[in-house]
Each structure stands twice: as C-alpha cells, then as structure tokens.
Write a protein that binds this ligand. Structure first.
Ligand SMILES: *[C@@H]1O[C@H](CO)[C@@H](O)[C@H](O)[C@H]1NC(C)=O
Ligand SMILES: *[C@@H]1O[C@H](CO)[C@@H](O)[C@H](O)[C@H]1NC(C)=O
Ligand SMILES: *[C@@H]1O[C@H](CO)[C@@H](O)[C@H](O)[C@H]1NC(C)=O
Ligand SMILES: *[C@@H]1O[C@H](CO)[C@@H](O)[C@H](O)[C@H]1NC(C)=O
Ligand SMILES: *[C@@H]1O[C@H](CO)[C@@H](O)[C@H](O)[C@H]1NC(C)=O
Ligand SMILES: *[C@@H]1O[C@H](CO)[C@@H](O)[C@H](O)[C@H]1NC(C)=O
Ligand SMILES: *[C@@H]1O[C@H](CO)[C@@H](O)[C@H](O)[C@H]1NC(C)=O
Ligand SMILES: *[C@@H]1O[C@H](CO)[C@@H](O)[C@H](O)[C@H]1NC(C)=O
Ligand SMILES: *[C@@H]1O[C@H](CO)[C@@H](O)[C@H](O)[C@H]1NC(C)=O
Ligand SMILES: *[C@@H]1O[C@H](CO)[C@@H](O)[C@H](O)[C@H]1NC(C)=O
Ligand SMILES: *[C@@H]1O[C@H](CO)[C@@H](O)[C@H](O)[C@H]1NC(C)=O
Ligand SMILES: *[C@@H]1O[C@H](CO)[C@@H](O)[C@H](O)[C@H]1NC(C)=O
Length: 629
C-alpha cells in the first residue's frame, strides 16, 4: 500500500486531527527505529516548517540532524509520522552515544541551544524524547504544556534548570513523564517544584520519574501523586524528601515499581502505607537511614522481586523476616548493620539471583543452605567477618554465578589444582582471604573475567604463563601484596575499548625482569615495591600519536636503571608519577613541565643529576616535587 499525499491543505489536516485512528496501540514507544516507511508520504508544510525552525534554534555540533533537509521530513532522523496523514507523531532526539570531545568533558553529540515554540505547530505530536542532551541553563519551556496529544515526554538528563512549569499539568493524555536525571547522561537536570499539585491533571499517567528533582519545598507532593490511580511506576529517588510521606489512603495501588531511595527521611520507620502496595515488583528504599524492623511488611507483597534496602540501618531481624519473601530474586542489604550469622532460612529464597550483603557485621560460617541457591548470579559478602574454609563442594550447584565477592572476610578457599568450577565468573573478589599459597589454577577455566581482586590473598607462587592470556580481557586487576614471582605481565590493549580504562596493580610482590611497554588503555598502573630491573620503556612506535589513558604510574621501589625517558612527557593524562627509590640516573626531562595534570611527582632516592628543570614551575597543581640524593 502506498500513499501519495502531497502538501495538504489545512482542511485535510483537520480531518485527520479529529479522526480517532487508534495510533497509540501500534506506536512503539521507546523504539529507536522508525515504525513506518514514509518515503512516499510528503509533507505538511507547517510541520516541515516547524521542524526546520526547531533545527535552526538547536546547537548541533556533531551534525546529528544532517538528514533534516529537503521535503520528506518523515524520513529525517528521529521523526516518526502518521502513516496516512504524514503528520509528525514522534520526535525522538534522545542521544544514545554521548561522546566527550576533550578533557573538559564537553559533550559533542549532545544537542543544545533553544527549543523554539514552533514545536507547538506539531499539533499531533505524541512522543517527545529530548533525553541525554545539553539544554543547560534553559528552563523547561511552558509551551510543552500545549502539546495536548503527548503520550510520552522524556526530558531526562537534558540539562534543564529551574522550576518545572505547571503547564505540564495540562497534558491529560500523558502516559509517561520523565523529568529525572539519567546515569547515562553527562549532563544533569537541576529541576525543582514548589508544589506538585499540577500532576493531578495528568490523569492518564502510568510512569512518573522525578529522580533528582528537588522537592524540598513540596514535601507533601506525594498527596498529589496519590491521586494518579493508574500509576504503575514512580521514581522519587533523591528528591530531598525528608518529611515522611503520610498517606491515609493509598490510591495508586497499581504501582509495580517504586523508588524512594536516597531521601534522608527524618523518620526511621518504613512508611506504613507501603503495606497496601501489594502489587509491587520493584521497591527501592536505599540510602535512607531507615532502621525500624519491617516484620510482616512482605506477608502480602507476594510479587516483590527486586528489593533494595542498601545503606540503611537494618539489623539481622530484617534479613530473617525477608527470608519469607520467597518471590524475591534481587535482595540488596549491603551497608546496613546486619550482625550475627547469615540465617539458614536464606535457603527459602530459592529464586534469588542477586544477594548483596556487603559492608555489614555478619559472622560465623556461611550456612549450607545458601549454597543451594542454584539461581545465584551475584553473591557479594564483601567486608563482613565470615569465617570458614570453602571447598569445591560449596560451589557445586552455583552454575549461574557471574560475580562473587568474598573480599575482606576470614575465609579460605581450599580447592584442588584440578578443580573445574561449574561457573564462568566475570567478577572475582577474593582480596584479603586465603587463596594461596599456589597460584589458583582454576582461574584458567574462567574465560569471561573482567574484574579480579586477589590482593593480599597469601599467594606465593610464580605467575603462570597462561595467566597472560586471561589478562587480556581483564579491566581491573589487583594482585598486590602477595609473593608473586616471575616477569611482570605484558598488557595488550583491549579490543573495542575506546573509552574503557584499565587498572592494574601488582605492587608489593617479588616480580623481577623488565617492563616491556605501557599499554594504551591502562589508566592506573602500580608495579611499585618489586624487583624490576632494566630501563623504563619507551612508548612503542605508533603509540606516540595516540592519547594515552595513563593517569597514575607507580614504578617506585624497584631497581630500574637508565634515564627517565622523554616519552613519559607524552602521557598527557598523567597526574601521579612515582619513580622514587630506583637506580635512575641522568637529567630530569625538561618536558615533564608540559604535563598539565601532573600533581604528584616523586623522584626521590635515585642518582639523578643536573638542574631541576625550570619548566616544572609551570605545574600549577604540583604539590610534591622531589628530593635529590
Ligand atoms: C514511491 O512512489 C513511487 C511512485 O509510485 C514508487 O515508484 C516508489 O516505489 C515508491 N517508493 C516507496 C519506498 O514506496
Ligand atoms: C553543556 O552546555 C553548557 C552551556 O553551553 C556548557 O557550559 C557545558 O560545558 C556543557 N556540558 C557538557 C557536558 O557538554
Ligand atoms: C505555526 O504555523 C502557523 C501557520 O500554520 C504559522 O502562522 C505560525 O507562525 C507557526 N508558528 C510557529 C511558532 O512556527
Ligand atoms: C528517558 O530517557 C532516559 C535516558 O535516555 C531513559 O533511561 C529512561 O528510561 C527514559 N524514561 C522513560 C520513562 O522511558
Ligand atoms: C495550562 O496550565 C496553566 C498552568 O497550570 C494554566 O494557567 C493554563 O490555563 C492551562 N492552559 C490550558 C489551555 O488549559
Ligand atoms: C532545593 O530547594 C530548596 C528550596 O526549595 C533550596 O533551599 C535548596 O538549596 C535546593 N537544593 C539543592 C540541592 O539545590
Ligand atoms: C484517592 O482518590 C480519590 C478519587 O479517586 C480522591 O477522592 C481521594 O482524595 C484520593 N485520596 C487521596 C488521599 O488522595
Ligand atoms: C490499606 O488497606 C487496608 C485494607 O484494605 C485498609 O483498611 C487501609 O485503610 C489501607 N491503608 C491505606 C494507608 O491505604
Ligand atoms: C514516624 O512515622 C510513623 C508512621 O508514619 C509514625 O507513627 C511516627 O509517629 C513517626 N515518628 C516521628 C518521630 O515522626
Ligand atoms: C540515622 O539514624 C540514627 C538513628 O537510627 C540517628 O542517630 C542518626 O543521626 C541518623 N543519621 C542521619 C545522617 O540522619
Ligand atoms: C576474551 O573475551 C573474548 C570476547 O568476550 C572471548 O571471546 C575470549 O575467549 C576471551 N579470552 C579469554 C582468554 O578469556
Ligand atoms: C633508596 O632506594 C633503594 C632501592 O633502589 C632502597 O634499597 C633504599 O632503601 C632507598 N633508600 C631510602 C633512604 O629510601
């Protein structure tokens, strides 16, 4: 079917405006792809004009809107049209790849500038997404309240400032409103409202995100939100709510997802009206200093699957009572005051995929029931006082495990050198537990490791050759404070890691031999306190034209000889350079003074000679220079 529709007269346009074609149901909200092939639907001149005016007002450094030329606007980037009328239904200018262009973190891919009121001429607009852009210093335009047909409005992480215009309350068809911050955006909104009364007008609202909106002056805002009976998602994370929201009668009982995290309520009880939200799937109460036990809260919440109680002051009785919430798959009680042993009732939570109990005071042995949680993917008990020896049997059923953090407990891992674990871990935290004395041979079976912490793990062994291969995929490696021997590892640049950075620490071991090169994507390299010899490497050919990530370089307390290579001056992100306690000689390269970010430079206890390069005086931020022998 093809529709040939040339520029419409306004009467034809009106015809379609008032037709009741049910477009919403087939309209893929959130989809990045344009839903229809519009190439043969030509323009409604006023809408084309409105779009061009919009473009004219926008700052578009990376030319994202380069396709916005010619007649057929329906095929322009981000535009979705009505199949028949050619009227603009969707304007999706979300920035999916926020690129930084320089060290000042300027977002090149972000659209900025001013939203022109011509938007108002897109009379049929149902979907407007301006998220992850940079409209810094601009307020949310009041004329958005005139886009009466809007179903979806997303201004998340777009840099808008100031008071939210109450005019948005006129959008009675709106189903999703996101004015929050976005972790994927380099720019944050700075919005506030003195009175949330306007939301009452949003009678069709299903999702409301006010993450990060300052509600200091609208402490009773929840009363207004409570009028929205079709609400299924409510995000009030980090809204400066400090007065405990009191609701005498809960209206939004269809809520499936509620986030009240990071609000510092001045009342330490969980709001009692939560009991009535029996349909909740996701509940976030983290970072609120809540402490009163919440027994019985979950007896009726039989659909709760995701529960975040992190950074509060709950004790072990809360963990015990939660063991009855058998629908849970995700439980985060990290950074609370859980004490005593992990209750063996934990085995009742047979659907658990994530059990996060780090930074508590749990002690005793990990109960055997816990090792029967076969769905577990992420188990984190970092920084507790758990005791015991873990063997192959413990892990036998944990096939799904991806992340295991046992760091900072009195635990020991005792497995045979031929152990083939049932899991493939991506994150391994075994710092300050006993893993050695042999280098753990089972690591060789783990092909997906990205984070490995076996710092201070009592390993007294040579680094095996096969580990070199594994390393190439690791973004964070800490094997410091063991007694590792052999050559330092050679790090190859990770593939596909334009912005990824790696941290590597092998400090305080017994490594000898020399260092071959500095990999391009390592941001933090610590090889201090070993027995490394030879010269500090030059950058390899071809490396010099590329910007190095290296910001922290610790080669101190080794036996490096030769001069300080001038190549170090090309590490333009270098902020911390420690070469002290080596056998370096010769002059200090003058060009070190060109490193603008350098703020710690330690060259003490070498046999350097000559003058202090006067260029070091350029280092405005330098706080510790160097001593001469
Ligand atoms: C647009 O219309 C022309 C003329 O009818 C036709 O040849 C062409 O295939 C159509 N293009 C699309 C993409 O439908
Ligand atoms: C956003 O825009 C403002 C004003 O133009 C500018 O100062 C700021 O650096 C930009 N932020 C980013 C992350 O690009
Ligand atoms: C909207 O369109 C009308 C004509 O339909 C035009 O007169 C008016 O200037 C337009 N407004 C904007 C802001 O583009
Ligand atoms: C709004 O956009 C942000 C960032 O693009 C996204 O994370 C969020 O899910 C969107 N909100 C809604 C309600 O779709
Ligand atoms: C829209 O909302 C504003 C502020 O709440 C109000 O003053 C105005 O009358 C409303 N306009 C329409 C057309 O409803
Ligand atoms: C939030 O708004 C209040 C006034 O309503 C103001 O005093 C406070 O500084 C704001 N907080 C932030 C973090 O902007
Ligand atoms: C609950 O909704 C009803 C109407 O739907 C309204 O009359 C009542 O005021 C609401 N209750 C609260 C506490 O907002
Ligand atoms: C919760 O539900 C109970 C029973 O349905 C009802 O009596 C009570 O008033 C409700 N409480 C709130 C705060 O809505
Ligand atoms: C805290 O909230 C509970 C439940 O709403 C209430 O009973 C109690 O009085 C409040 N405590 C304070 C100190 O406000
Ligand atoms: C957290 O709650 C405790 C009481 O449970 C209180 O003593 C403490 O001051 C609170 N901390 C903050 C930051 O509000
Ligand atoms: C590194 O990662 C790639 C891609 O995920 C994978 O194919 C490869 O097997 C991994 N190599 C090692 C040694 O783990
Ligand atoms: C100087 O460095 C050497 C290693 O090169 C070390 O043995 C010695 O203890 C260091 N001296 C001082 C005073 O730190």
């Amino acid at each position: 079917m093809e529709h040939h529709l040339l520029c419409t007269s306004s009467s034809l346009l009106l015809l379609f405006l008032f037709s009741s074609v049910p477009i919403t149901s087939q309209f893929p909200f959130g989809s990045r792809k344009q839903a229809y092939d519009h190439s043969n639907v030509t323009c409604i001149e006023s809408e084309r004009h409105a779009l061009l005016q919009l473009k004219h007002g926008l700052k578009d450094e990376s030319n994202r809107l380069s396709s916005w030329i010619g007649e057929g606007y329906c095929s322009w980037e981000g535009i979705g049209c009505h199949k028949i009328t050619g009227s603009v239904l969707k304007l999706d200018l979300r920035n999916t790849v926020p690129l930084y262009s320089d060290e000042d973190y300027h977002c090149t891919n972000c659209l900025g500038g001013q939203l022109t009121p011509s938007l108002f001429n897109l009379t049929n607009l149902r979907y407007l997404d301006l998220s992850v852009n940079n409209f810094s210093t601009f307020q949310v335009p009041t004329f958005l309240g005139l886009l009466k047909n809007l179903r979806y409005l997303n201004l998340s992480g777009a840099g808008f400032h100031g008071e939210i215009p109450h005019h948005l309350g006129n959008l009675s068809h709106l189903q999703h409103l996101d004015l929050g911050d976005s972790y994927s955006s380099p720019v944050w909104n700075l919005l506030s409202t003195k009175d949330l009364g306007w939301v009452v007008g949003l009678a069709s609202l299903q999702g409301l995100v006010l993450f990060g909106v300052n509600l200091t002056a609208a402490q009773d805002g929840l009363q207004s939100i409570n009028m929205l009976s079709s609400l299924t998602t409510l995000d009030l994370h980090s809204c400066n709510l400090f007065i405990h929201p009191h609701l005498s009668h809960v209206n939004f009982t269809s809520l499936a997802s509620l986030d009240l995290g990071e609000n510092n309520f001045n009342n330490y009880t969980v709001p009692p009206w939560l009991h009535n939200l029996t349909g909740l799937h996701d509940l976030h109460l983290g970072y609120n200093n809540l402490s009163d036990p919440i027994h019985g809260l979950f007896d009726q919440m039989t659909s709760l699957v995701h529960f975040d109680l992190s950074s509060n002051r709950f004790d072990a009785s809360t963990l015990k009572s939660l063991c009855n919430a058998s629908s849970l798959t995700y439980l985060d009680l990290s950074e609370n005051i859980l004490q005593g042993p992990i209750p063996s009732k934990i085995g009742q939570l047979s659907k658990l995929t994530n059990l996060l109990l780090s930074f508590n005071k749990l002690n005793g042995a990990i109960p055997t029931n816990l090792w029967q949680l076969t769905k577990l993917q992420d188990f984190d008990v970092r920084n507790n006082s758990l005791t015991g020896v873990l063997s192959e049997d413990h892990f036998a059923k944990l096939r799904e495990l991806k992340s295991l953090d046992l760091t900072g407990n009195s635990l020991a891992l005792n497995v045979s050198s031929s152990w083939i674990p049932p899991f493939q871990l991506q994150e391994i935290g075994m710092g300050s537990i006993i893993v050695g004395p042999r280098f753990p041979a089972w690591l060789r079976t783990q092909n997906e490791v990205e984070v490995l912490n076996m710092q201070n793990a009592s390993i007294s062994d040579a680094i095996p050759n096969w580990f070199q291969v594994l390393c190439d995929n690791i973004t964070s490696l800490d094997l410091s404070s063991n007694s590792l021997t052999g050559n330092p590892l050679e790090f190859k640049q990770l593939k596909h890691s334009r912005y990824a950075s790696r941290e590597v620490s092998l400090s305080s071991n017994k490594l000898d031999g020399s260092l071959k090169s500095f990999p391009l994507d390592i941001s933090d390299l610590d090889l201090s306190h070993n027995f490394l010899t030879g010269h500090i490497p030059q950058l390899e050919d071809g490396q010099t034209s590329v910007v190095h990530m290296l910001g922290f370089l610790f080669l101190n307390d080794n036996r490096f000889t030769g001069t300080i290579p001038e190549d170090l001056c090309k590490l333009e992100n270098l902020s911390f350079l420690d070469l002290s306690n080596n056998l370096l000689s010769g002059r200090v390269p003058l060009c070190l003074g060109n490193l603008r970010d350098l703020w710690i430079l330690d060259l003490a206890n070498n046999t350097l000679s000559g003058q202090i390069p006067s260029s070091l005086g350029n280092l405005a931020t330098l706080c510790f220079a160097f001593e001469w022998k």
